[in-house]
Structure formats: C-alpha cells, structure tokens
Design a protein around this ligand. Sequence first.
Ligand code: PLP
Length: 397
Amino acid sequence: MKQLAINGGTPVTTRPFPSWPVWDEKEKQNLLRVLDAGQWGTIGNESKAFARRFADYIGTTRAIPVNNGTQALELMLRGVGIGRGDEVIVPSYTSAASVSAVAYIGAMPVFADVEPETGNLDAESVRTCITERTKAVLAVHVAGRPCDMDALRVVAEEHHLLLLEDCAHAQGSSWKGVLCGALGHASAFSFQTGKVLTGGEGGMILTSDDEQYVRSWRYHHSGRAPAGVDRNSLGGQVLMGGNGRMAEWQAAVLNAQMDRLEEQRLLRNANQQKVTERIRHLPGVIVAPEDERITSLSGFRYTFRYIGGRDAFVEALRAEGIPCGKGCVPVHRMGFLNDPAFEKMTGRRFEPNIVLPNTERLSQEAVWIPGEVFLADDEAIECVAEAIRKVAEAMQG
Ligand SMILES: Cc1ncc(COP(=O)(O)O)c(C=O)c1O
C-alpha cells in the first residue's frame, strides 16, 4: 500500500484544480455596456433581462433580483407575511443565513432534523416541530441535492403551511422534472462568489404568486410598487421597505455566467458520477443513495460520508492534493442564537437543549468537495477518485 502524503508519501496530484469563478470576454463586454449606458443601479436593462431569463429557466412567472441571498430570504419571508410571533421550520444543517434570515425579520426559527443519507430536512422531524405558530417550512436543498419535496409537501399541506425553498446551492437541480425554485410557494437564490451561478454577490426571489411578488418587490425597493401595479394598492404608494436592489454590474456578470450554467453543470455532474462509481464500495465511504425523483443536480458540492475519522480523512485527502472540506457546521450550535440581539429580534429566547442526532452525526462524517474541482480534465478527475481510494484504504487498513 502506498504511503499517504500526510505521512511523507508522494501526493496523488500536485496539479492545481480549476479555480472559481470562471469568466471571459463576455463578462467584460457586459460590464462595459453597463458603464457606457450610464445606468449603474436601480433596475436597469441588465437586471430586468437577467430576472426574466432566470425566471424562464427555473419556471416561475415572477422574479425579483436582489443584492444577495440573505436579502432574498428575508424579503421572500416578509413578502409572504411572516414576522414576529410566527415560527418557521428550518434545518440546522445549512448556512447560518437560512436561519438568521428568519430571526432578522422577527420570526422564530425552529430546528428540525435532517435525513442522515442526504442532509436535507426530514419530513417526519418537521411534523414534530409544528405548533400553532408555525407558518412555513424552509426547504434548503443542501449541496444542491433536492429535498424530498413530495414528503415535505404532504406535511405542509396537512397543516396549511407555506413551503418555501432556499436554493442557494441548487441552481439547475430538479425534482421530478421541476427545477428547484419552482417547487414551493416561493424561493430564494444566492449568487455569491462561490455559487455555481455568480455575480460576486447577488440573489433572486422567485414566485408565481402575484401578491407575494408585489409585496416582496415593494420591500426590496424602498416600498415602491413595481411598474404596472396600482400604486395605491396595499395602503398607499410606499410600504415600509428596505433596499435590496441588485446593481447593474452584478446583473451584467450574471447574464454572462448564465450562458455557461448548463454546460458547466453537465460537466460537473458527469465527473461527479464517475467518482461515485469509483468510490461507492470503498471501506468507510458512504455515498448518498440514488433517487430517481432527482432529475438533475447543480453539482455545487460533491458530498459523501466517511465513517472512521472524518477529520483525519479530510486532512489526508488535502495532503493528496484534493481540495475538500467538512461541510456544514450545525447552526443550532452557533453563538448568534444566544446573543441578546436574537431575543430582541424574535421576542423569544432560543432553547439550546434541542437534540438533532442526524445533524450532529452528519457534521462529523461529511466530506465536501467544491463543484469547480469537477470542471477539471479526465486525468484530474481520475486523481480525485484515486486519492479517495488511497486514503480510505490506508485508513481502514
Ligand atoms: C444555503 C444558503 N442559504 C443562503 C445563503 C446566503 O447567501 P448570501 O451569501 O448570498 O447572502 C447561503 C450562503 O451563501 C447559503 O449557503
């Protein structure tokens, strides 16, 4: 057996993997077009074009481009009328933003556990979290794998809850042929720099509900109504809005990035599949089960679990030349929930003694590889699989 690089052996690869983001002349041309047009902010041609294109791609009638994914979540929640006194069921196995956005608008995030195999919200755990105050379930498609939307929909419908989506990781993922972002009542996207569709920063709210659209729009545009809407509706011309508008620079870059989204997604998926075939039977390695209801994947992150010392596994894999990390840190253990600001926002204290065994376990077993690694050539993809094999066999040997 070859010696591991972490113990002084030769690494499987020393070649750099593709960096992210990827751009070319298209982005430059679009940015210059904005510069020359002289309209740099406030809902110009680039953001309008991007909103239309993204809504068409995902399959909703309405889209609101905003300046980041956190704003998209907050404005989506405000748009459906959620606020202080309400509860929203969230996973803990996600980014802090999925949870803090709920608290920021005054509502109480309530943590449900996730499925151990996928890291996504577990519908049965969601069911146990429902109270009279529950208004919505926030389905986060973690790492780009769609949640079991059938099971979550059943629970939401039974209890008359809104089913909302956090699609920050899921641009291009789909469930039974419907793209994430069009599966619930409304959805929020992030186009932050690490995402598979990026403008450096950026976000989007999607919905096909006109009333939600108008409300979220007003909240993102200092209270003003969108064009074509009776400006006196909803009690006067201006609602109490904030400013979440996307700048034209962001939209210009996103319009160019959009041209590459599908091609890059397909390449990531094909290469991730190759690695899965190679590693699925290795000792200690558990890949997520196939699910024929998942009809496409964004490939934002390639994830698997390693049983038998994940932290050491990740260190060893890095030493072999493969970029990788440990996935999500459970949000229910983050300090902001116990900060006085949380109680001020929500009017309630966070009860820290919740038990989320699957979330805890996953946070100790998950291995995540960034999506851009899978834009590499065949030789490099072979190295990814080979390095996982080398480390897994050495550690179990
Ligand atoms: C699942 C999830 N939701 C929301 C966000 C927030 O997005 P942004 O960083 O664009 O505010 C992130 C982080 O980027 C995320 O990973």
